[in-house]
Design a protein around this ligand. Structure first.
Ligand code: ZN
Ligand code: FE
Length: 258
């Protein structure tokens, strides 16, 4: 993997989605999870960029809805999981494979991270993780097509990446996630600091991403299901909770009705 000037910026869509735009100093680019075409087309036009690659983490409409509109204008290559619900994929991405984007002189590793959806994948490289709706800052995705054990396994897989990894998730949910996380761990100093930073950023109209894996391990209750404080909080929902997936299950249920 090369170290160089990969630039990653957010294109907001639908109020709380981010479509990530990747450039490397030239005139070509990639986008991750374009749920809408319009804001991407506008940005590309503005910056005189040509779309070469589209990376998809999962099949939900707010992540793939813009693909057909983008393909009408650009002959981009589409990379995504093995899922018939995504009809546009040129390159199926499987666990451990590398996605090479030569125009950006960049390579990403594919990680299969099921639970939000059965076929959800993440892309990792250049010190960046595109985690879709699996890992959010101070939260995780809802369990639409997987069990708490699968989400635990998926988050454990992401936790093995270097702590300095920058996490680019697909939604601006951080502020509401912090409110919930503080109910779980009111005494967590790293979380309190993150919540204060997020309040300041949002008040200034700024985005709260990327986060880092290290910060998430310190403050995100879904990455901390083996911490004593999170376990004790989970036992208010499920007295039989043990460290790991049953704690994740309990706080996920709690969050869903928070
Ligand atoms: Zn989703
Ligand atoms: Fe989403």
């Amino acid at each position: 993997m090369h170290e160089k000037n990969l630039n990653i910026t957010a294109i907001p869509a639908f109020g709380d989605n981010y479509i990530w735009l990747l450039t490397a100093g030239g005139t070509t680019c990639a986008v991750v999870d374009p749920g809408a075409a319009e804001p991407v087309l506008e940005r590309l036009e503005d910056q005189g960029l040509e779309l070469r690659y589209i990376l998809l983490t999962h099949h939900h409409p707010d992540h793939i809805g813009g693909v057909s509109g983008l393909l009408e204008k650009y002959a981009a290559q589409v990379y995504g999981p093995d899922d018939k619900r995504i009809p546009y994929t040129h390159h199926i991405c499987r666990e451990g494979e590398s996605v090479s984007l030569p125009d950006l002189n960049t390579e990403f590793k594919v990680l299969e991270v099921p639970a939000h959806t059965r076929t959800h994948i993440a892309f990792y490289g250049e010190n960046a993780l595109f985690s879709g709706d699996t890992l959010f800052s101070i939260g995780c995705g809802r369990l639409f097509e997987g069990s708490p054990a699968e989400m635990q396994q998926s988050l454990d897989k992401l936790a093995e990446l270097p702590a300095a990894t920058r996490v680019y998730c697909a939604h601006e949910y951080t502020q509401s996630n912090c409110a919930f996380a503080l109910a779980v761990e009111p005494e967590n100093a790293a979380l309190k600091a993150r919540a204060a930073e997020v309040d300041r950023l949002r008040a200034a109209g700024e985005i709260t991403l990327p986060t880092t894996l290290g910060d998430e391990l310190a403050a995100n209750p879904f990455m901390r299901t083996r911490a004593k404080s999170v376990l004790e909080a989970a036992r208010k929902i499920d007295p039989a909770a043990t460290p790991g997936s049953s704690t994740l299950a309990a706080i996920r249920v709690w969050k869903d009705r928070f």
